[in-house]
Ligand binder design. Structure first.
Ligand code: ZN
Length: 467
């Protein structure tokens, strides 16, 4: 939606909002769920537990197609490949070698040159905009096949965690603004008939509104809850603390788009008595990483090629924290080839295998955006800070901002249980992890504003590390 459209939409009374949202949803669902979608879904479901060689063969074919189209129909990649002397026959023989010879695409390049990167062979059937941390949106051109494939992979993930392949009754918490921000009374949600989905606002999760959300959830009884973990966590924590009864048990809770912390998983699983499944993809069309029924994160090799670069810029080893470099089969219109997506993962130990039936390789953890990782002279890189809150009482929400190597700001929304002892313990935990030569500032605040796309920034480093 454009700014003006959004303004008009927000000021509409509920029945009109419902109508307008559903007209758009109808158009979207016509684009998403075609015959091709059914074909792709079957293909992906079969590949999930196929023989590993069959998966690799499929990956090679998809990569060949992606590179051939890029060579011929993308100005950006065509020039790079021609300068490197790459020809069609090289791609046909060994697409993986061709891929490795190509330069890494930076986020700034992807943002600035979408019209050069675009694949002119394919029609533009959809345009997406993503606001990045800097505010300026990234344009994403999409063709129907890419839309179908992305939704089919998404549905395959649901199938792998035991959900029906048909649209299940679901609730989504996303950054979409569908209720005016200053609204004080329910509804804080809009029902999307075509997806059988209740869209709940993540901008109205204030303490006084939470009981309305819970009542609505109890009436609606979704099979699946999905969206931002920070939003589902706020609700879950409130349910647990106030002993609310949830009189339905969802089959799955699937979270995405933000880093999922262990303390969030714990509260959510307790509140809904249901496993939380983590999932990684991006609006630019990154390949998928999805959690299986055994709680392991599988790289969906049929959605792209994954490479891992460590902090020294070399190929990362098992057990290391690494930057994710992706080549995607889910966006053929605006190709991503060796794209540094600026997200990080913790690689699994060598030889780790999963017995869920899927032979695709695993990673240990999704550690978040590159700027989620803190750095101090004393301790180097610190990827996960959630353990610093273990055993502490009274913290409703927190945010860590590192302005410089020597300055850490901790913003806390805390209740009366957060006393002086707790504060001392928090500081001690931070010093253990980040060192004693850093200046810590603990601020108790009433509100922590959401970042771009309504996402919650739990950890943010505001300087670049140049070693
Ligand atoms: Zn598994």
């Amino acid at each position: 939606m454009g700014k003006l459209q959004e303004k008009i939409y927000n000021s509409l009374p509920y029945p009109f909002k419902f109508l307008l949202l559903n007209v758009k949803a109808y158009q979207n669902s016509k684009k998403r769920y075609t015959k091709e979608f059914d074909k792709f879904l079957k293909e992906y479901i079969d590949l999930w537990d196929a023989d590993v060689n069959e998966i690799k063969k499929y990956q090679k074919e998809r990569l060949s197609l992606l590179l051939s189209e890029a060579l011929e129909y993308s100005d950006w990649y065509g020039k790079i490949m021609k300068d490197l002397g790459i020809e069609k026959k090289d791609i046909a023989t060994d697409p993986f070698s061709v891929l490795r010879s190509m330069p890494i695409l930076k986020k700034s390049e992807r943002k600035s040159y979408p019209d050069q990167i675009v694949n002119t062979k394919r029609t533009t059937d959809g345009i997406g905009h993503t606001s990045g941390t800097s505010g300026a949106p990234t344009i994403n051109y999409l063709d129907t096949e890419s839309i179908n494939r992305s939704f089919a992979l998404w549905r395959r993930f649901h199938h792998a965690i035991g959900l029906d392949t048909k649209r299940v009754k679901q609730v989504r918490f996303s950054g979409r603004l569908m209720v005016k921000p200053d609204v004080q009374k329910p509804p804080f949600w809009v029902y999307n008939y075509f997806e059988n989905q209740l869209l709940m606002s993540t901008y109205h999760l204030k303490e006084e509104n939470l009981k309305h959300y819970i009542k609505k959830l109890n009436d609606f009884k979704p099979i699946l809850l999905d969206g931002y973990p920070s939003a589902i966590y706020i609700l879950s924590r409130y349910i647990n603390e106030n002993n609310y009864t949830i009189d339905f048990t969802p089959k799955a809770i699937a979270v995405t788009a933000e880093t999922l912390y262990d303390y969030q998983r714990f509260e959510i699983e307790k509140a809904f008595n249901c496993h939380v499944y983590n999932q990684y993809a991006s609006s630019e069309g990154s390949p998928f990483i999805t959690e299986c029924t055994k709680g392991n994160l599988h790289l969906n090799l049929d959605s792209g090629v994954f490479e891992f670069i460590n902090t020294q810029g070399k190929e990362a080893k098992p057990g290391e924290v690494a930057q994710l470099v992706v080549t995607s089969f889910t966006n053929l219109k605006t190709p991503l080839i060796r794209y540094n997506i600026e997200d990080t993962v913790l690689l699994a130990a060598e030889g780790k295998r999963c017995d869920c039936g899927c032979p695709m390789p695993m990673i240990e953890k999704l550690t978040g955006r590159e700027d989620d990782i803190l750095w101090t002279e004393e301790k180097g890189y610190i990827g996960r800070m959630d353990t610093a809150y273990k055993g502490l009482k009274g913290i409703v929400q927190s945010q860590i901002i590192q302005e410089s190597p020597k300055e850490i700001v901790i913003n806390l929304i805390a209740n009366e249980d957060f006393n002086a002892d707790m504060e001392k313990m928090l500081l001690h935990n931070f010093q253990d992890r980040l060192g004693t030569k850093v200046e810590y500032q603990i601020n108790k605040v009433d509100d922590i504003p959401l970042g771009p796309n309504g996402k919650f920034d739990a950890v943010k480093r505001n300087f670049s590390i140049n070693l």
